[in-house]
Design a protein. Structure first.
Length: 319
């Protein structure tokens, strides 16, 4: 239904005559009458009946006027929100990978709730492949996803990315000789060619990362364990049963585990905020993204001091 016609209906309810509606809106009475005729055809029921030389609303007309008041108020609120006025309000479904939740997502949501309680964020936990699928189908509004610099990801063109930052990768290995917390060299990495390597159950990017990293050191890794929970990975390492790549955000000090920076051998993990192209026009989404960016500055590397989420950024050069 046309908003102008709904507005005329509300004014007729308020003022009582076509003449008064005409004076308030600046339309001729003939134009006002034609709008009401079209509105009646659209809803399929009479909205006005003659009352002497005037007209009055039918019960259906009164009911539609009540709906129209609510509709017009919501439209006005939406316009105000998109114009950056008033308090941002709305539900956002945020999909994120698990190791980003404690250091980035949860602190950002705590601060967001204090400042903007009208933004209701629902969390969904998924790895990048599943997250990108949810974003494309509209089952999630915004997502945190990652890629490895050694294994660049092909992102769908229907999605818009804002790079949040990056983090170094570490090698988790049992403490003791030849473990060292110094940055790994190819020679030291090659000493682990007979080790039992740990990857996740999905294979994909993590497997490719380990394969490329070890190939640079001159050997093919033996992937013996497939574990998704990074806490369990660290426990397996501490027991002396394997070694594995660990993002810095997920690494914790643990007896029996040494974390060695992989440096150029492993590259880094790049983290992005992703949404459907055009989704950034919604102010609550931009506000959430700004809070995530502010927290990321505290824990990630290469985070821009300021960033605008109002328009798609320029694409990055291929890695």
């Amino acid at each position: 239904m046309d908003l102008t016609r709904l507005h005329l209906l509300v004014e007729l309810e308020r003022l009582g005559t076509m003449t008064a509606v005409s004076e308030v809106t600046g339309m001729g009475t003939s134009a006002v009458s034609k709008h009401f005729a079209v509105l009646e055809r659209e809803v399929g029921v009479p909205l006005l009946v003659p009352d002497g030389r005037r007209v009055r609303l039918t019960p259906a007309g009164h009911r539609l006027s009540e709906y129209a008041v609510d509709i017009l108020a919501r439209v006005a609120a939406a316009r105000s929100e998109f114009a950056g006025e008033g308090e941002p309000v709305g539900r956002i479904d945020l999909v994120t990978f698990i190791s980003a939740a404690p250091p980035i997502v949860l602190p950002a949501l705590r601060r967001l709730r204090e400042d903007h309680p009208g933004i209701d964020v629902r969390l969904i936990e998924h790895e990048p492949d599943e997250a990108l699928g949810l974003l494309q189908t509209g089952d999630a509004d915004i997502g945190l996803v990652y890629e490895y610099s050694l294994v660049p990801r092909n992102f769908p063109e229907t999605l818009t990315l804002h790079r949040l930052g990056s983090e170094p990768l570490l090698l988790s290995q049992p403490s003791g000789p030849p473990a060292s917390s110094r940055t790994l060299t190819r020679q030291r990495l090659s000493a682990l060619k007979s080790a039992s390597w740990i990857s996740n159950s999905r294979g994909s990017d993590e497997d490719e990362l380990v394969q490329r990293m070890c190939a640079a050191a001159g050997f093919a890794p033996r992937i013996r364990h497939r574990i998704d929970n990074l806490e369990v990975v660290e426990q397996v390492v501490a027991s002396g049963r394997g070694v594995g790549v660990m993002p810095k955000l997920a690494a914790v000090t643990r007896r029996g585990v040494t974390h060695s920076p992989l440096g150029e051998l492993g590259g880094n993990r790049r983290i992005y905020l992703v949404s459907r192209t055009g989704g950034w026009a919604w102010r609550p989404m931009r506000v959430l993204a700004e809070y995530l960016h502010d927290v990321a500055r505290e824990v990630l590397d290469d985070v821009a001091d300021t960033v605008s989420f109002s328009a798609p950024p320029a694409p990055e050069a291929p890695a």
